[in-house]
Design a protein around this ligand. Structure first.
Ligand code: ATP
Ligand code: MG
Length: 507
């Protein structure tokens, strides 16, 4: 007899429907899986056999063929265990085909028949809903994640035996009711409140502008000046995510298997700070079955690279294309995959190996050639993609022991939120979300300058020998500064602030 059960494969961030066909016929007892399965899918036959037996059900002593269609998509991971087991039970008439109509099944089986967590439940549930499938049978632990998709009936399955009793109509499993209260989730973690960081007002301002418009920042300064502290406090001033952004980010974490166990939803903008020993594939994504890298895990949030020159040159160059395109395309023999990678790039470095080049009070012990070699580890094209270059000087004793607190992160975040609100309205009918996302066409339309402004940019371009990219980036940055000031036009002061964030230090 032939049985058909619906399941799902993941290609990049998107789900694709997979029909699991199970056929039993006479012959030597065996179970063969075809349809481009990887090793974990092939091993499914052993898990299914044991799980069926240990759930007080009968594993048919027949020749069983399982086909995962369409055959041209590579199937990875253990999530097909559950649909294969259900298919085997239907083919051996222990459950009825009507029971699996209009339903999707995913789940890994353990040998005793209990159903275990699988990655990527959110995109799978999203696909089911999109394809008008009524209900999804998912591992009980993953039910809260699947329930994020409105209008899909989620049946939490703990054990294969329990599922079969449900399919036979003996004991039905009640659909999962979401009790997620977003306000009860813990607040984001950050190193310190901006109020507790002494001095460095201009750096805080730069980070505020970056957060408001999604611009990239490089902080340079001597050891102990507070670069790492400032960057790690940045989550405290990031604007809240929209519902769409939350789902986008959660999908990426779901596929990477990084969703925290206590909450099915990533509510706060991610802050990723990988160590400089990270590999190229770890940073931009890749591997045999491509997985999202740190740049995709930082999607809609911040990617912080501390001690920038310590990162491998090839690793850093891998950032160039995603910073520009806001996504990363990974090619494999089996096809290409696209992961989103729209992040604020924040980096920190010392000006030289000893750390004190340019410090007014501390002598630098590096030779000019050493300094030049150190700075050259970061290529011109990468520096050109950074809109805001700020120096972080040492804070003196007086400032550091000043008891007065600075402006609280909450107040800064309120300004950032207002500026984002303006941008949301501006880009309401477009796929863009903030000023940094603008392409040349939008820049031409939205970032109009008056006569004085044009003169100022012309002079700056000549003096700083800026590229066309730098020109566009200055315009976008000044648009954000104007938004923060609540100004409809880009005034000369806004433009001047944007220009002074361009690098001018050359050794
Ligand atoms: N502006 C500041 N206000 C309050 N504390 C500060 C400030 N700057 C530095 N500190 C203190 O110094 C510590 C070290 O700062 P941080 O690690 O941010 O320095 P850094 O600039 O990253 O140095 P390095 O170049 O060596 O990495 C902080 O954890 C904090 O305790
Ligand atoms: Mg540091």
């Amino acid at each position: 007899m032939l049985a058909k059960v619906t399941s799902c494969a993941l290609v990049g961030l998107e789900g694709v429907i997979v029909e699991v066909e199970v056929d039993t016929s006479r012959g030597m007892p065996s179970l063969v899986i075809v349809g481009l399965p990887d090793a974990a899918v092939k091993e499914s036959s052993e898990r299914v056999r044991a799980a069926v037996k240990n759930s007080s059900l009968v594993f048919p002593g027949k020749r069983i063929t399982v086909n995962l269609a369409p055959a041209d998509i590579r199937k990875a991971g253990p999530s097909y265990d559950l649909p294969i087991a259900v298919g085997v039970l239907i083919a051996s008439e222990q459950a009825w085909p009507q029971a699996v109509e209009d339903a999707l099944f995913v789940g890994e089986l353990s040998l005793d028949g209990s159903v275990r967590h699988v990655n990527g439940i959110l995109p799978i549930a999203a696909l089911a809903h999109q394809q008008s499938i009524r209900r999804a049978f998912v591992p009980a632990v993953d039910a809260p994640e699947a329930a994020l998709i409105d209008g899909l009936e989620v049946i939490p399955v703990e054990h294969l035996g329990q599922l079969v009793a449900h399919l036979q109509g003996l004991r039905s499993i009640p659909p999962y009711e979401s009790d997620l209260d977003p306000s009860s989730l813990p607040p984001p973690q950050y190193a310190a409140d901006f109020a507790e960081i002494k001095g460095q007002e201009h750096v805080k301002r730069a980070l505020e502008v970056a957060a408001a418009g999604g611009h990239n920042v490089l902080m340079t300064g001597p050891p102990g000046a507070g670069k790492t502290l400032l960057a790690r406090s940045m989550p405290s001033i990031l604007p809240t995510m929209t519902i769409e952004e939350t789902l986008e980010v959660t999908k990426i974490y779901s596929i990477a298997g990084l969703l925290p166990p206590d909450t099915p939803l990533i509510q706060h903008r991610p802050f990723r700070a990988p160590h400089h020993t990270i590999s190229h594939a770890g940073l931009v994504g890749g591997g045999h079955f491509p997985r999202p890298g740190e740049i995709s895990l930082a999607h809609r949030g911040v990617l912080f690279l501390d001690e920038l020159p310590e990162f491998g040159t090839r690793t850093l160059e891998g950032l160039r294309q995603p910073i520009e395109d806001r996504k990363v395309v990974i090619s494999r023999a089996t096809g290409t995959l696209t992961f989103p990678a729209n992040f604020i790039f924040v980096a920190a470095m010392n000006p030289c190996p000893c750390g004190y080049y340019g410090d007014p009070t501390h002598e630098c012990t590096c030779s000019l050639s050493t300094i030049s070699r150190y700075q050259k580890r970061i290529s011109g094209p990468l520096l050109d993609r950074i809109d805001i270059h700020v120096e972080v000087p040492r804070v003196d004793y007086q400032k550091l022991t000043d008891e007065r607190l600075g402006e609280r992160s909450e107040a800064i975040r309120a300004r950032v939120e207002r500026a984002r609100g303006v941008q949301r309205q501006r880009f309401a009918d477009t796929p863009l979300s903030c000023n940094a996302d603008m392409g040349p066409t939008e820049v031409r339309k939205i970032c109009q300058l008056d006569e004085t402004g044009r003169g100022l940019v012309r002079a700056a371009m000549q003096q700083l020998q800026m590229s066309a990219r730098a020109f566009h980036r200055i315009l976008k940055l000044s648009r954000t500064i104007a938004d923060l000031a609540g100004s409809e036009r880009i005034e000369t002061a806004h433009l001047a602030e944007a220009i002074q964030y361009r690098p001018r230090r050359v050794v």
